[in-house]
Design a binder for this molecule. Structure first.
Ligand code: ADP
Length: 320
């Protein structure tokens, strides 16, 4: 169960999260310093569930960068694929928690170290040993990390890895909406598994309706599994042969940060050693129920990484 290596590629940063909802960070009485970054969250989601994960990306050679690498190590994630940039600083995000638990971000990216990963710095031996290669988020936006992203993705694919993509749209980081849409869709057909949120579905299709027809419009012939996550409404799944939905669990959400990453980490942990699950609707629904529970638990605590559950916690929610 989950023993093949899952390599997660991209950024890791620190989220400054206010201690109360409904006000900006500047107005909050206090804040938490929460490690995050979607690909790093996914890697830790995997190890917390008992799987094997490595993170590939670049951090600043500063106190935040070394703190983040330490957090990965403490969580059992391999850091052999991390580079430290001697000039640029580690990325930071300043979060606002809205009253409903949703969050808004402002970034320090000037540029930050994560954007400066170069293709020649990649640990290709590690990347080629991945059974699943997961990516998404900011690494497509600028060079040189865009080229590093492409090279890593191709190397993993050539070595036989299942490619998993979560666009993790962060619009303020892109020069324009059109460029974001174009770049995200430009690597669409490389992926075997894609997870989008309802917001991303609307953005990518330019269609306000969240239904099967709009999800199907994002289907491509090489795809094995498309997932649309719907927050408190669970998720929908699409494969070559069937599609359907899986309900969410009822929980009291206090901070949804990391729910999608937790969902993805759970899914990948379950399919890494048995990809035939994707072709078997009953087993896929069971795995997605587990992933929904994982996402739900993650919303019940502040921050992303501190809220990622263990398998025991997830099973106790699934079994009621
Ligand atoms: P993202 O973080 O990418 O926007 P979602 O917010 O849709 O993704 O969350 C991913 C999954 O986590 C959902 O499919 C759902 O199963 C679970 N989840 C998220 N928010 C809630 C919530 N408020 N209540 C219960 N489950 C939730």
């Amino acid at each position: 169960n989950g023993k093949g290596l899952i390599v997660s590629f991209g950024e890791m940063l620190i989220d400054f999260v206010p201690t109360v909802s409904g006000v900006s960070l500047a107005e909050a009485p206090g804040f938490l310093k929460a490690p995050g970054g979607a690909p790093a969250n996914v890697a830790i989601a995997v190890t917390r569930l008992g799987g094997k994960a490595a993170f590939v990306g670049k951090l600043g050679d500063d106190e935040f960068g070394h703190m983040l690498a330490g957090i990965l190590r403490d969580n059992g994630v391999s850091t052999r694929g991390i580079n430290f940039d001697q000039g640029a600083r580690t990325a930071l995000a300043f979060v606002t928690l809205k009253a409903d638990g949703e969050r808004e971000f402002m970034f320090y990216r000037n540029p930050s170290a994560d954007m400066l990963l170069r293709p020649d710095e990649l640990n290709l031996e590690l990347i080629k040993s991945a059974k699943v290669f997961h990516y998404g988020s900011i690494s497509l936006i600028v060079e040189p990390c865009r080229s590093a992203h492409m090279k890593a993705m191709e190397a993993a694919k050539d070595a036989g890895a299942l490619l998993s993509y979560d666009p993790n749209l962060r619009l303020p980081l892109w020069p324009s909406e059109d460029e974001a849409r174009e770049q995200i869709l430009s690597i669409w057909d490389k992926a075997d598994v894609i997870k989008v949120s309802d917001v991303e579905l609307v953005f990518l299709t330019k269609n306000d309706k969240i239904d099967d027809a709009s999800a199907m419009s994002l289907w491509h012939p090489n795809l094995k599994l498309l997932l649309v996550t719907l927050g408190e409404n669970g998720c929908r799944y699409y494969t070559k042969n069937f599609h359907g939905s899986v309900d969410a669990f009822h929980v009291k959400a206090v901070d949804t940060t990391g729910a999608g990453d937790s969902f993805v980490g759970a899914l990948l942990t379950k399919i890494v050693d048995d990809q035939s699950i994707i072709e078997d609707e009953a087993r896929l629904k069971e795995v997605l129920t587990f992933a929904n529970a994982c996402g739900a638990i993650t919303t019940t605590k502040k921050g992303a990484i501190p809220a990622l559950p263990t398998e025991t916690e997830v099973l106790s929610l699934v079994r009621g």
